[in-house]
Design a protein around this ligand. Structure first.
Ligand code: SF4
Length: 356
């Protein structure tokens, strides 16, 4: 793992100082320090220092978002890539990733962009909001996906671009661990159409030990979204990590939370992990484990439960919660609607969660 920030010829923070955006959510403190209000970490940052996420810096007593307009390669993908199965199946999305993160999960699947020091300068490109929107329009893509690292730390650029994208007739998908402050979340709900939320585990100690974050703000953000914004589409995913969360207690806590706090209509994806970053000593999550988690979720009353990072499995398909008729068949990331019309199951007439 190369730490690029220690390399004198590739000091990204120095390079970017003249091309940054003043942060939206912070306060000035005495001694030219600032307190960042973007996420629950609430970093207090002295002059010329960065916060935990490494992409927000105090310059002369003001907080700046260093990564504004800077992204890793933009790509076109299917919406299913983001563990979203109930919003326009098969739709193309324009995926936009950035770098830095306000968590530090020891098994991070995108560690070489989420942990800023490992992001090579060669991977970083500059895109204005208008360029992103024009690219989507040119390629007939109707959904921008804010993804890869956690887009919370790209907040100013996401808000500015998502707002313009909406005006241009596009939708916005925000894929996040939702470790975010309430003011930031409230603002995002004005611009984001779809939240793909990754909950790591329903366990405070787990968050502290393996993600360097806290559980409660994540759960509060999920509940806030579902209870206050029915117009926003939400799906939950849970990365099932070998020897950490591939156990019945972990599955049941996740299922309990979704059932009791979000409701049985909210889809949940149990996703396989692959060894990465600082957690390399175990194999990939067995397919049987994510399949078992899915089965328990369905048995206990979740209407739509899936396996993730599996190519060919019945747990990828959507079935009618009432009559079990197969409605959408999936192979890898490809979705085919097989037996429903609009939102209605062709066999029993039940209304199915599907946004178009
Ligand atoms: S967004 Fe970054 S700088 Fe701001 S509080 Fe969170 S970790 Fe700290």
């Amino acid at each position: 793992m190369t730490d690029y920030t220690k390399c004198p010829t590739h000091n990204l923070h120095k390079t970017w100082i003249n091309n940054t955006k003043k942060a939206y959510l912070y306060e000035r403190l005495s001694g030219d320090k600032v307190r960042c209000h973007l996420c629950p970490r609430q970093c207090i940052i002295p002059v010329n220092s960065v916060g935990f996420c490494k992409v927000r810096k105090n310059l002369s007593g003001e907080l700046y978002a260093l990564s504004y307009e800077k992204a890793v390669q933009i790509t076109t993908e299917f919406i299913e890539t983001e563990a979203i199965f109930h919003y326009r199946p098969g739709a193309n999305i324009l995926s936009l990733g950035n770098f830095g993160c306000n968590l530090n999960c020891m098994y991070c699947q995108n560690w070489n962009v989420s942990q800023f020091q490992f992001t090579s300068p060669d991977w970083i490109h500059t895109y204005s909001s208008n360029e992103v929107i024009q690219r989507a329009k040119k390629d007939n893509i109707e959904i921008l996906s804010w993804t890869y690292n956690d887009p919370v730390v790209w907040y100013e650029y996401v808000v500015d671009t998502a707002k313009k994208a909406r005006e241009a007739g596009l939708k916005n998908l925000f894929k996040s661990a939702m470790y975010i402050g309430q003011d930031a979340l409230t603002e995002l709900t004005k611009h984001i159409d779809i939240f793909a939320v990754s909950i790591k585990a329903i366990d405070e100690d787990y968050y502290t030990s393996f993600t360097k974050g806290d559980l409660l703000p994540v759960l509060s953000a999920c509940e806030y979204l579902v209870k206050n914004h029915p117009e926003i589409h939400v799906e939950i995913s849970n990365l099932v990590v070998t020897d950490l969360t591939n156990n019945l207690e972990s599955y049941d806590k996740m299922i309990d939370f979704v059932l009791e706090k979000l409701g049985p209509e909210i889809p949940i994806h149990f996703t396989r992990f692959h060894p990465a970053y600082k957690y390399n000593h175990v194999p990939r999550t067995p397919v049987e484990d994510v399949a078992l988690a899915r089965e328990r979720a369905l048995e206990r009353g979740i209407k739509y439960a899936y396996v993730g990072n599996v190519f060919d499995h019945e747990g990828l398909n959507t079935y009618c919660p009432n009559c079990k008729n197969m409605l959408i068949k999936r192979y890898g990331l490809k979705s085919t609607i097989v037996d429903m019309t609009g939102n209605i199951c062709n066999k029993c007439g039940s209304n199915i969660l599907l946004k178009h």
